[in-house]
Design a protein around this ligand. Structure first.
Ligand SMILES: [Zn+2]
Ligand SMILES: [Zn+2]
Length: 336
């Protein structure tokens, strides 16, 4: 498949899409039905539907009984840890294997033309972005994800949290499914923006940004404090009426879904005619430029705060001006 039908490649070999990144169509007037339909498709497929399917499989087949979960015990806690670790290994591992080990697609649709494995760096353990990311993912990421999950399931099993059913509140359940991705993104912005403040960036968030050219195992490669903040979005389910399956959906959105912005490719090609859109350009640009796109574009906070970047040279200029203003301000402060 010729990726130059969809975008262009610069001298360094970096590919970028022809269409600049846009915020969700609801915030652009006049409303355009085609844009809204395309956005709605990307809102569900392939990711949101996949995370819900996994949550349903977890709840129905891979979660201990409510009776068991009334008491915390190593048996079921370890089972949940093993199930989460195995799912992540299979899913992240399959994408890593296809795109970064076998390089089945080469640099087709790849934002950064280089492969991290070809540029060993001292910032990573064992000088490898992949090994470093995998150690942080399984060392602290999956345990923290599991700890939240165990807490929520234990609470539900013991009557804390408002456990409701689809039969009782069908409209609320559908609304909740539609709203969870928005909540996820809003929460992500709220925990992500502060860790870009210099002190917190230096001590916490810089670990995640060591991956300037992200790949699948960069997704949860974070300081444990950042992981704890990142997964805390599920605590909402201790407050609002819902079903445990929504908490599992939210946790999968964070855990499995973290890969979306770190795949590094705009599309995955499985057959020549229909490449699958990854929808991760927004967060790729965040890794590339650091000071833009703190959110993911469904909630237009970056646009409102002036930190949006659509991938075009026009926004490079806006970013340059913003950085210059900041430098001038800091220099003036230092002189005072
Ligand atoms: Zn990231
Ligand atoms: Zn960041």
């Amino acid at each position: 498949m010729d990726d130059l039908r969809y975008g262009r490649r610069n001298k360094r070999g970096d590919w970028s899409p022809n269409e600049p990144l846009q915020i969700a169509p609801f915030y652009r007037l006049p409303w355009n039905a085609r844009d809204i339909l395309a956005w709605a498709k990307a809102y569900f497929f392939p990711w949101s539907v996949a995370w819900m399917a996994i949550a349903l499989i977890y709840w129905n087949f891979l979660t201990p009984s409510v009776e068991t979960m009334k008491t915390i015990s190593p048996g079921w806690v370890l089972f949940i840890f093993a199930r989460n670790a195995a799912a992540l290994l299979l899913f992240f591992g399959a994408i890593e294997l296809r795109l970064y080990v076998k390089r089945s697609q080469g640099a087709q649709f790849k934002y950064n033309g280089k492969f991290p494995a070809d540029n060993k760096s001292d910032v990573f353990m064992f000088r490898s972005q992949t090994i470093d990311g995998a150690i942080r993912t399984f060392g602290t990421g999956v345990p923290i994800w599991t700890a939240y999950e165990v807490l929520i399931l234990w609470c539900y099993a013991n009557g804390y949290g408002a456990w409701t059913t689809f039969a009782d509140h069908p409209i609320w359940f559908i609304a909740l499914w539609l709203a969870i991705p928005i909540w996820h993104e809003f929460h992500f912005y709220c925990v992500h923006r502060p860790i870009h403040l210099p002190f917190l960036y230096k001590h916490i968030h810089s670990i995640h940004h060591n991956s300037v050219n992200p790949s699948p195992w960069s997704s949860l490669s974070m300081h444990p404090i950042e992981q704890a903040l990142f997964f805390s979005s599920c605590l909402l389910f201790l407050i609002i009426p819902a079903h445990p399956v929504f908490a599992l959906f939210q946790l999968n959105f964070s855990a499995m879904g973290s890969i979306v912005g770190h795949i590094g490719y705009d599309k995955m090609v499985f057959n020549e005619d229909t490449p699958i859109d990854v929808n991760g350009y927004n967060h790729y640009l965040h890794h590339k430029y650091f000071e833009v796109n703190y959110g993911d574009g469904s909630v237009p906070i970056d646009k409102i705060m002036g930190t949006f970047h659509d991938g075009t040279p026009a926004y490079d200029d806006i970013l340059d001006q913003r950085m210059k203003k900041r430098r001038d301000k800091l220099a003036a402060k230092a002189q005072r």
